[in-house]
Design a protein around this ligand. Structure first.
Ligand code: ADP
Length: 511
């Protein structure tokens, strides 16, 4: 018996087979191209997604030595927000417009206008649309490609196109649907009012299920192409972020997860729909029925440390690595950061090297070192960078606390979580336990668990996570009250700097 998770990423699709203990049987990854026909545009060909998915499914079945009929259920995950348009016969009308495409600023404004202001827009669909979201992309096609718009019969998100190819069924689920800016997030159904205001026909939208619910089964044609068995159930699944959170067991209020990859993500499950207010935190439907999640995104988290390694510490950290037998320059950087006092003796780093998303929605924000003196060394610079990234993540946590979240435990993932030194800093800065868990397969693992729930292997998502996910390391905040005080002081300095420098950043951007 096996469960299949498919994660349709932006660079590649990953197919993962696990058994009922949650152990990986095999995985396979197949890449596809990304097209940038104009600056700021980002597109993919759904035919590439499908070809790669067929290949990945065939490979993973072969590697695991599992026959299609032993696959109990399938979960789908993937890049969120992307717009896939089909005509009445199910043919793709144009390349999909992806989450990281930036062409729709005017359509985001149009949405606010049509809704009658930001407050009303938040009441209808919770999150103010950014250029990532799907609805503004639909308005863009209407304005710029009317001949294509006239032929639209179905609108799908990327992973839901894969569901359609596997089954012939048009369906999505509440998590990914939130990212369209067409869902009434509180009631977990399409917002008829938003659709009316935007003049988008409701019949273009797919059925919207909960993440664990069976939505479709594998068709005869797809079975032939993939090697799966006809009739294998496909559950709703979820977008890549909530799917990854399920894979880390972040399915109860109080458990937050922080991903320290190139970007940084702070993700928290909540059990009550929060009172809507003007906040930089995004609120989405989670993969557990009647729960939601808060999300804050830092654009350059680990990316800031990589920049530091490659520019400022270039040569230095490699030299030290050679002399001390340390092989990883990141370990050297973190060691040297730990050798200077908390707060880096008054030196602060702002990590906005590629602008920022949370808490400052500001594409013009920039990075900065503030407070340099002759006394500061390489080690102080390293410490300031790691602290600056951690403080930027604390900004998201503080905003979530303002929305009523209690943080009991923070599960860390991504490259930065490998560092014990960084985990201790995060524990002291967030004032919460930082943990690691045994699962590392990401979104594909999360939706494979959802497939187990939807096919009755586990009663619900929490039972599934409890059955297979274990905490493997725990770092608690220091007992020394001075540590907390010193970090709080350094964080207060950090908080003051963005407002003070905002206009300087904007001027720098126009230089
Ligand atoms: P991506 O988001 O690009 O998939 P990862 O999750 O692998 O990447 O994270 C990469 C980042 O993790 C690097 O940019 C670096 O900042 C950080 N990192 C990797 N290894 C370490 C380490 N040993 N110590 C601290 N940070 C690390």
């Amino acid at each position: 018996m096996a469960l299949l998770g498919i994660d349709l990423g932006t660079t590649a699709v990953k197919a993962l087979l696990i058994n009922e203990e949650g152990e990986t049987l095999a995985s396979a990854t197949v890449e596809y191209p990304l097209y940038t026909p104009k600056p700021l545009w980002s597109e993919q060909d759904p035919a590439d997604w499908w070809r790669a998915t067929v290949e990945a499914i065939r490979q993973v079945l072969a590697k695991a030595g599992v026959s299609g009929k032993d696959v109990r259920g399938i979960g789908l995950s993937g890049q969120m927000h992307g717009l896939t348009l089909l005509d009445r016969a199910g043919n793709v009308l144009r390349r999909a417009i992806l989450w990281n495409d930036q062409r729709t600023a005017a359509q985001c404004d149009e949405m606010v206008q049509r809704a009658g202001g930001m407050a009303r827009l938040r009441e209808l669909v919770t999150n103010p649309p950014t250029t990532s979201y799907t609805a503004p992309k639909i308005l863009w096609v209407r304005a710029h490609e009317p001949e294509i718009y006239a032929r639209i019969a179905h609108i799908l998100l990327p992973k839901d196109y894969i569901r359609y190819k596997l089954s012939g069924v048009f369906a999505t689920e509440v998590g990914d649907a939130t990212g369209m800016a067409l869902l009434d997030v509180k009631h977990r159904t399409w917002s008829d009012e938003m659709l009316r205001l935007l003049e988008i026909p409701r019949e273009w939208l797919p059925l919207c299920a909960e993440s664990h619910e069976p939505t479709a089964t594998v068709s005869a044609q797809a079975a032939q192409e993939t090697g799966l068995a006809v009739g294998t159930p496909i559950v709703g699944g979820s977008g890549d972020q909530p799917a990854a959170a399920v894979g880390l067991g972040s399915v109860r209020e109080g458990i937050v997860n922080v991903t320290l990859g190139t970007s940084g993500v702070v993700f928290a499950s909540v059990e009550h729909y929060p009172p809507i207010r003007d906040t930089a935190i995004e609120v989405f439907c989670h993969a557990v029925p009647n729960t939601w999640f808060f999300m804050g995104v830092m654009l350059s988290a680990g990316g800031s440390l990589r920049w530091h390694r490659d520019t400022i510490a270039f040569g230095h950290s490699r030299l030290v690595a050679r002399q001390t037998q340390e092989t990883d320059p990141y370990d050297v950087l973190l060691q040297s950061a730990a050798s200077v006092p908390i707060g880096a003796e008054g030196l602060t780093f702002l990590p906005y090297l590629t602008g920022e998303r949370t808490p400052h929605r500001d594409p013009l924000a920039r990075g900065a070192f503030v407070g340099l003196t002759l006394r500061h060394t390489q080690a102080h610079l390293a410490r300031a960078v790691v602290e600056g990234i951690s403080f930027g993540l604390r900004d998201s946590i503080e905003l979530m606390r303002e929305l009523g979240l209690h943080v009991n435990e923070v599960r860390a993932a991504g490259g930065g979580a490998r560092s014990a030194i960084w985990r201790q800093m995060l524990a002291d800065i967030f004032q919460a336990d930082i943990t690691l868990v045994n699962s590392t397969e990401g979104g594909a693992f999360g939706v494979a668990l959802l497939a187990g729930v939807g096919t009755g292997l586990w009663r619900d998502v929490r039972e599934a996570c409890d059955a297979v996910i274990r905490v493997t390391a725990r770092t608690s905040p220091s007992d020394d009250p001075a540590v907390r005080r010193q970090y709080d002081e350094a964080y207060a300095r950090f908080r003051e700097l963005y407002p003070a420098l905002k206009s300087a950043f904007a001027r720098a951007a126009s230089a």
